[in-house]
Design a protein around this ligand. Structure first.
Ligand SMILES: [Zn+2]
Length: 357
């Protein structure tokens, strides 16, 4: 993430802090200073820092649970709105996602329980409000905030952990994309409720959360339908016709005659059984036509060309396209026969990318 600083490396995971987090500290610092001088700055900021330590431990809960399923987490970044553990991927199995999603809040449950033992008593309802108002000892405030973190994170709304819990439970019965759509819809309803509460209760923080949740839910739903699309559509469904095909030993003039008809910037070279041998860029054919039309095309054939399989899903093809600069990819079937072309643009369209992204 841009503008983030490396803080530490713990259990093989980089802990980073985003620059805006320091702005948050500076802002709270100045507020505390105005209220009660340096002493207030010290107690106020130590609470915020301890709170964010709890947030980082929460993220480690997710990361270490994911590691148990062989999923790495390169880094955890601390932002003013909370922490983000960047998991390499989400687990595919619903019950694994459930465990990973619950592991974060579970850490806060453990912290809250430990603090409860230390503090030695449970909050009476009135006391809880006093704590929220800024009274109470540092430890009892931390206890209260950990309980709030658990409750907040278990809201059944993306991007909160509760959204993932809901999705994974639904996915045990439904298809992944369908489970996500339902979970996202529930999340948006929660967001609207929060928005109304914030609006009529005059609480800007709730309004902020509502907007955050609403767009988080939408992003999750669209990434799920993207995934569904990419997994279930095959290259064969979106490839273009083969166009002219060249054979080794043809002369440049013969090849040029065939290629005139096509619109592509490259032509395939195959053996008589259509097994793909390589490609010839039309530009190099046009070049040779000027110098020696009777020369064979063989020296022009390029073999360092990325090829995609007609039976591959679009999701499997994305990495090939990412690692290559080609605009066109020859498509071969399971027998290695040339069957068509996949245009980068066509794949982007099928996956729902907009131009320029
Ligand atoms: Zn979490």
């Amino acid at each position: 993430m841009k503008w983030s600083f490396h803080l530490a490396r713990i259990a093989g995971i980089d802990v980073r802090v985003h620059a805006t987090f320091f702005l948050l500290l500076a802002w709270f610092g100045s507020v505390y200073y105005a209220e009660g001088g340096l002493a207030a700055v010290f107690t106020g900021l130590s609470f915020i820092i301890l709170l964010f330590v709890c947030v980082i431990l929460h993220e480690f809960g997710h990361a270490l649970a994911a590691r148990a399923y062989g999923i790495n987490t390169p880094d955890i970044t601390l932002l003013p709105i909370g922490g983000i553990a960047r998991l390499e991927r989400m687990p595919d199995k619903p019950w694994q996602e459930l465990v990973v999603a619950l592991a974060g809040p579970a850490v806060n449950v453990v912290i809250a329980f430990a603090l409860y033992i230390v503090v030695g008593r449970l909050f009476a309802p009135g006391e809880f409000q006093a704590v929220a108002g800024g009274d109470g000892s540092l430890l009892s405030k931390l206890l209260a905030i950990n309980v709030m973190l658990v409750a907040f994170n278990l809201l059944p709304a993306f991007p909160m952990d509760g959204g993932r819990v809901l999705r994974s439970v639904l996915a045990m019965r439904l298809k992944h994309a369908q489970a996500t759509r339902i979970a996202a819809a529930v999340g948006q309803i929660v967001a609207v409720l929060f928005g109304l509460l914030g609006l009529f209760g005059g609480n800007p923080f709730l309004l902020f959360i509502a907007v955050f949740v609403f767009f988080g839910a939408r992003a999750e739903a669209s990434s799920a339908s993207f995934k569904e699309n990419a997994d279930e559509t095959h290259v064969a469904a979106i490839m273009q016709p083969m166009g002219p095909v060249l054979a080794p030993g043809m002369t440049v003039a013969e090849a040029a005659g065939l290629v005139m008809a096509g619109r592509n910037t490259v032509v395939a070279v195959t053996d008589p059984s259509l097994r793909l041998l390589g490609v010839v860029p039309v530009a190099s054919l046009a070049d040779s036509l000027r110098w020696d039309p009777s020369a064979p095309i063989d020296p022009l054939v390029r073999r360092d060309f990325a090829v995609v399989a007609s039976g591959a899903s679009l999701a499997e093809t994305v990495t090939t396209l990412r690692d290559s600069a080609q605009e066109l990819f020859p498509v071969v079937n399971a027998a290695g026969q040339f069957v068509g072309w996949l245009a980068r643009e066509e794949l982007a369209k099928a996956l729902g990318f907009r131009n320029g992204t």
